[in-house]
Write a protein that binds this ligand. Sequence first.
Ligand SMILES: [Zn+2]
Length: 568
Amino acid sequence: MDDEVRRAIRGIALQNAYEHDGKTRNDAVISKLLGSRPDLRSKVKEIIPVISEIISDVNKCSISKQKAELESSYPELLVTKPKDERIGLPPLEGVEYGKMVTRFPPEPNGYPHIGHAKAAIIDEEYAKMYGGKMILRFDDTNPENERLEYYAAIKVGLDWLGVKYDRVKNTSDDIELIYKKGLQMIELDSAYVCTCKQETTSRNRREMKSCKCRSGDVEQNTKRWHNMFEKYKSGEAIVRFRGDMQSENTVMRDPSLFRIVEGNHPILLNKYRVWPNYDFAVAIEDSIDGVTHAFRTKEYELRNELYYSILDKLGMRKPKVLEFSRLEFAGMPVSKRILKPLVESGQVSGYDDPRLPTLEALRRRGIVPEAIRKFALSLSFTKSDTLAPFDALESFNRKIIDPTSLRLFMVTDPVKLIVKNNNLPSVELPNHPQKDLGKRKIELDENFYISGDDTKSLRVGDQIRLIELYNVKITKVGSVIEAECVDENFKTDLPKIQWVPQKNVVRLNILIPKTLFENEKFNENSLQTLQGITEGYYLELNEGTEIQFVRFGYCRKDSAIQAIYTHK
Ligand SMILES: [Zn+2]
């Protein structure tokens, strides 16, 4: 082995150890070495012992010694990396630290879902990154769709996610001010009141034609504006922005700024009947709230021209609008238009049905907020609005819950097993193989259950290992299996299976959520239910406890008789 190769290996080992709390491993060093020196691939056999020797030497050094050697001999490998580097969010240009203001503006018209989570997390993370503030603003200007319970549900969802905001307000708080701005638009002749039928307006938009209302003067429009508050009925008049009926951007073809909505607003009740449209309300609110950066999903991109035009006409301060990609899971739509009928018809059990993408449902299924945050940030500004596979979220979740999930035995499709010569009265098992999550005592006699699946190929004379207990030899097969302990011939390569004693057991329904929609059709088999038997210890756990049923998967305790499958 030449000295140059030894030197390269030592450098890689030191660098890797220094970046990993002072310890490195063979595989890490080998892959890095062969990555930079493909010519050594044919010599792997000779190199491996050298690597092992160097690693064992490097791992004996303290981190400070490793660093000192890197500094003196391999300065090029010593790049200091900030420890808590944020994932996902790209830095923004020209932001003044301490001056940023973001806002999360949900409409209180439904339960918060994964899409809301992503938006709120981005707003909050940017505000934190730049020492700024975040406003939670309920965008409540559609009285027909909004309900008080949704304002509350959104707050509960944000609390659960751990998203903190500095101020909370409602767009409807500013309704009088928004009227003032509306009238100002009319007085500036930047808006007019249109009394055409809705079909006519839609056709004109498609055909790029103006209607006769467009040529009305300020005096006519002012009069009609006041009539909207008293005389006109819903659908008889709208305020339109004077845009460009020939614009390539269809949003700019004289969009609606106000319309009449009869019906009770959840907070203001029936005090008002003229309501601003989203585009007008959001522009005014962002400007007066001091928002510097308004994040929204890419589907709004064409609306930016209108947003800025409104503020230009009124001479108001313009926030910077930025788009992120919309987050939705394949087969798990977030649209209220789709979810509401499912809930109302009973096809799903409610907004917390574990098949849904609502935060309430994800929580019930065993997804933790930290996983949602990491996942959302990992996809923050991806170029297109793609559908994410649910298992991408699962893999973030698994890493987080694994160290705190209790290991318990559970068998499905149970078959009785009698171990004739059992002489252990009880056994004490750790709740986690590595972490100290306590222990549990299981009372034993000769009667056990094992999973039906595990018995299918059993023959008399076969040996199996009952996990954490002993090896048994099968003496009889059939609807009841008989066996005897054979501890003295301890073998390690036996099939290892989980078991449950027959006394003190809990019968459990395990709900397994599957994809809700397949090929855009409701999947009738999207919720599978399995019957299982688990240890009596299950009853001592709090609802919401995450459990890894050995050889089955992670589940969250939903009630004394029900658990929900989280993921493998
Ligand atoms: Zn008209």
